[in-house]
Design a protein around this ligand. Sequence first.
Ligand SMILES: C[S@@+](CC[C@H](N)C(=O)[O-])C[C@H]1O[C@@H](n2cnc3c(N)ncnc32)[C@H](O)[C@@H]1O
Length: 281
Amino acid sequence: MIVNTVDESSGLSTHGLIRSALKTTEEQVREGWEYLSSLRVLKTTFVEGSEGDAVLDAIRTSFEPGVLSFLDVGCADGLFTRRAKDLLNLAGTNLSITAIDPLSAAALSTARQIPHDVVYRTRFEDFSTEAKFDVINVRHSLYYLRDPMSQVARMTDLLKPGGLLAFTLWGRDCDLYRVYLATRSELANGVSYAMTSEDLEAALKRNSSLRDIGCRLSTGKINLSAWRGSEDVLRSIYIVLRRQLNLPVSDGAFALFRTSFQHLMLTGQRTFAVITCRKVA
Ligand SMILES: C[S@@+](CC[C@H](N)C(=O)[O-])C[C@H]1O[C@@H](n2cnc3c(N)ncnc32)[C@H](O)[C@@H]1O
């Protein structure tokens, strides 16, 4: 059934401007909210380390204060988008934001966070605009894009000369990546591989349209007792990974995931990196 959700309003919503061509079933709307809440639960198990601060630092050190056009790819609940706007504003930089995400829950939630900016409910793969951006932020969303390096090429096209691309991705030593890899090989073989920061950094170095490739590492810890001791937390991890891996929602599939998880050797390490680069002028 197609339901009339916020995504169908291509005008001014009560919370901000949301544009979309996508239609959603009731089930997809429910799954979208469930995904956002699972993401929140997962984040409560992260201790120390802030890759968000590294993104803001990269923007601050790359541009003089002023107005910057900012594309946020995969904005989820919009909390980081809002934080970026508020904190950079304090430093004299005004972000004019375009945020995109295919989930209607994400578009609605982000529009509430940044009511004076623009939110599109769309996949990046389907997003097109005449606009060019100073900054494109791809924070933990590259994993979800089909054929990521061709999407990175499209992002480069959407940048102004000298513009900044900022990617945040897990590193090879991150426990979340370990769980992802094991789940992929045991339950989802054949699904396209989600890159690590190391993979991306090497690939960007081969792109002649980009310069100043830099890497800001962020290391933190994971509360492994919560991962091991709470069914809710484990289910949240499954729900977050399931989207990238295209796994079923069923209890049986979750039980298989739980068994595979119990056999994993984890370290309690959370390693992420912010990889930045600029478009050649
Ligand atoms: C892990 S969340 C990242 C959240 C946010 N950027 C942050 O830092 O808190 C990944 C987001 O990417 C979105 N996403 C998934 N597929 C996408 C696509 N094809 N294009 C753009 N965003 C996508 C998901 O819906 C989800 O909200």
